[in-house]
Ligand binder design. Structure first.
Ligand code: ADP
Ligand code: ASP
Ligand code: MG
Length: 439
């Protein structure tokens, strides 16, 4: 029998009227039994997400010991929601308790998690469904990673006796019993975890766009919708900045082959995007499936004659980064050259200088240079491996837009081509590649 887990994002929780639309969507299909919600997001451009207001509450607690002032904005958001719902839902007791506990816990993650907690409380009343607190069913282990087995079992047990339930997204509990959140946008992960735990036939992710688009709609107006995407393509695109879905949300569902369906809360009749295992995925005949980009990388370029003959050279370079605990994104290499690409936030200022010195000492390169403010742009698609001339078209499009590729990396999966450009060229480059392959 069909069983759907539905995650509703921030804009779907933004006010009481949208929440009524959400109720309609859920009630239109009896398979939609388990619901995961985000904190209320922006209602209009310039509005502030509840999660960001909660981080301000935490800052106030650090300064004054209480979040009395900053909490006023949270209270007023939820009071308006209750009013708009017009269902005699009382939020005051939960708000009072939340404010008190935020002061008492004095924890950033605890504060941040309360947006999801409160919106799930409200949604459970709107739907007449059971409220299941994620702190009782989502567990992190001693490394801060989700404890899969314990989590899946707890969720399955918690839903065993109910027809419909609402879970707050974004957080769980660590081994010390403290609230811990996923990274930003993490309610998508909670949705995927619940889908996996209840063995859902579909994971519906309801947002404010009609599916996964071939590129960010804030860069190109009205980009083509992707009707089906493989888990692999999703992983590549979301990792590289297509943040319509959190990049980690693919893992729980992928193992159980549960399709992810992206749908638009504001246009529920639109078809959306289905994300499927490669085996079920039917290519649409496009060479490129999508393009995404991310800014602020640092590239360390290293040259040494006969590098490829020197046993252990690459290891020496990488050991320096390992010792400093720096994550590496890419390692494009040539015969006598290699580059190491890392996120700039991992290696700022003094740390960068130290890494350069250590590489000079340990690996003795002929030349070592640093390039900062680099954006990486991934062009992704299964069709790319079987079509000749894709990279030629990509570089022609960049040349015509007068954009210089600082770095090129073609993944060994033949699923993507990554180019590095100056930060300020990022949007123009995505647009140029999009127009080349989609117009
Ligand atoms: P939610 O609050 O529902 O989780 P998000 O803001 O996290 O929503 O994600 C939806 C937004 O992602 C869209 O409004 C859109 O601006 C942005 N986005 C970026 N890249 C893409 C893409 N390739 N396809 C669709 N949306 C994208
Ligand atoms: N509310 C959290 C955030 O703003 C999590 C989410 O929306 O998924 O990042
Ligand atoms: Mg999101």
């Amino acid at each position: 029998m069909a069983l759907k887990v539905c995650k509703f994002g921030g804009t779907s929780m933004a006010d009481g009227n949208v929440m009524k639309a959400v109720k309609k969507i859920i009630e239109a299909d009896p398979a939609r039994r388990f619901v995961v919600v985000s904190a209320p997001g922006k209602r209009f451009s310039g509005d502030i997400k509840v999660t960001d207001l909660l981080y301000s509450c935490y800052d106030e607690i650090q300064k004054t010991g209480t979040c009395k002032e900053a909490f006023k904005a949270i209270r007023s958001r939820f009071e308006s929601i209750a009013k708009e719902l017009n269902m005699s839902i009382d939020v005051n007791a939960d708000l009072d308790e939340t404010q008190r506990r935020m002061d008492e816990e004095n924890s950033k993650d605890f504060c941040a998690s309360r947006g999801e907690y409160l919106s799930a409380k409200v949604m459970s009343k709107v739907l007449g469904a059971k409220f299941i607190d994620s702190e009782d069913v989502v567990f992190f282990n001693e490394y801060g990673v989700m404890d899969d087995k314990k989590t899946y079992k707890a969720i399955a047990d918690a839903v065993a006796d109910c027809d419909k339930a609402v879970f707050p997204g974004f957080y769980g509990k660590d081994i010390e019993g403290k609230i811990k959140t996923f990274s930003r946008g993490g309610s998508d992960i909670t949705g995927a975890i619940v889908a996996r735990a209840v063995n859902a036939s579909e994971y519906e992710n309801w947002t404010d766009v009609s599916g996964f688009l071939a590129c960010d709609p804030r860069i190109v107006e009205n980009p083509k919708r992707i009707s089906t995407l493989s888990y692999k393509e999703l992983r590549e695109l979301s990792y590289m900045g297509a943040n319509v879905l959190h990049t980690e949300s693919v893992f729980p569902v992928r193992k159980a082959n549960i399709p992810i369906i992206i749908k638009n809360t504001f246009r529920p009749e639109d078809e959306g995007t289905a994300i499927l295992p490669v085996s079920q995925y039917k290519p649409e005949g496009n060479i490129v499936t999508g393009i995404a980009g991310k800014k602020n990388f640092t590239v360390i370029l290293i040259e040494k004659n006969h590098m490829n003959n020197e046993v252990g050279f690459i290891r020496k370079v990488l050991s320096v980064l390992e010792k400093e605990g720096i994550n590496i994104e890419h390692i494009p290499s040539g015969i006598d050259t290699m580059s190491v690409v890392v996120e700039s936030s991992e290696i700022q200022g003094f740390k960068l200088e130290r890494v350069i010195e250590e590489i000079k000492n340990d690996a003795e390169p002929d030349v070592i240079r640093v390039m900062e403010n680099v954006a990486l742009i991934a062009t992704v698609g299964h069709g790319m491996s079987s079509s000749i001339g894709t990279s030629a078209r990509l570089f022609k499009a960049m040349a015509e837009a007068n954009i210089n590729a600082k770095l090129i990396d073609q993944g060994s999966s033949e699923l993507n081509i990554i180019v590095g450009v100056k930060n300020e060229d990022c949007e123009r480059c995505i647009a140029a590649i999009y127009h080349e392959f989609f117009d």
